[in-house]
Design a protein. Structure first.
Length: 95
């Protein structure tokens, strides 16, 4: 089964540091028990969630995030990686 991905040209695509990404929906449980669901962005076409967890950055950027117990949907949120107890990819129907 092939994954559909809208091929749109970003105005930043000409920048030498531009990296094309695709969103992956994940559920994260932090060491203090906080749970959140949101998108992480992996390198297109074959990036994995484990790639961004294991890179050198200290924080994991997320978009379209909902934190359990909070009715606000956050457009952008960063999570300190050393506070992540568990992370896994989910399907939208699993939310």
């Amino acid at each position: 089964m092939s994954e559909k991905f809208e091929d749109t040209q970003s105005p930043r695509a000409d920048h030498p540091d531009f990296v094309r990404t695709k969103p992956k929906r994940v559920r994260i449980v932090l060491s203090d028990g906080t749970r959140c669901i949101g998108n992480v962005h992996v390198q297109w076409p074959d990036g994995r969630v484990s790639d961004i967890i294991n890179d050198q950055r200290s924080f994991l950027p997320m978009t379209d995030v909902v934190v359990e117990g909070d009715r606000t949907q956050y457009d952008f949120l960063t999570v300190r990686k050393n506070q992540i107890a568990m992370i896994y990819e989910i399907r939208r129907a699993d939310e």
